[in-house]
Ligand binder design. Sequence first.
Ligand code: HPA
Length: 278
Amino acid sequence: MEYTLEYFQKSADYIRSIVPWSPEIAIVLGSFLGPFTDAIEDPIVIDYGDIPNFLVSTVQGHAGKLIFGTVAGRRVVCMSGRFHSYEGYDFEQLVIPVRLFKLLGVKALILTNAAGAVNAEYRPGDIMIVSDHIKLTGASPLRGKNVDEFGPRFFDVSRMYTPELRKLARACAEGTGLTLHEGVYMFFTGPQYETPAEIRAARILGADAVGMSTVTEALTAAHCGMPVLCLSVMTNMAAGVLEQPLTSEEVLETAMAVAKRFSVYLKNIIERIGEVSL
Ligand code: HPA
């Protein structure tokens, strides 16, 4: 499959035939963080399966819907359910959502995810603003023929997690009851959780948290010059930090427990995003 500009335009044309306005901000919701969608006013909901040249969600906790609407007076599009390499998608396919957002006129991307805490100072339920990432496994989503209309073949990623948005995110946590950190997210392909040895290696390499998503979307956004904010919810201590084995139930329980406070936090950020020139 060749991913040309026309490929992505087909999805965008379909969305434009349903949503008569341009979203300013795109939000990608991580596992079990779906309750944020309750905050979206006047929602227009589109099933992934109805969008030409899009993908479908196959994992529990990922609804598989694009929701257009208003949050704190701003027009947003929210992806409830994201795509991961472990579902069997090629890395090249994982550019699809962010390129669609770009064509729809999105000015900033807010990524959220559930992650395991590698940093021993962190606790389940804490939030980490991602300052940078490490991805040593899996291909780049930007491999293959470059689509010049989106960005150049070679591109800088040293300011991928936009410093101004991180500063805003630090300022917006007050009053939410959330504990905030800022750190490095390390990508693992999954679907297995990491081994204790991998987590020890991740810590030595400088990672504060680990997860199976997000970096492909951040890289796609960097390629097309879209500012990114990424917020990770620490749903568990990473493998080997505690004696007990990891379970997806633990991830679900922690994500559900913070989802409401996290939604308030996200809303605060969207409300004040005008303080950052995008
Ligand atoms: N590892 C990878 N992905 C995750 C984890 C983890 O510990 N927790 C939630 N998503």
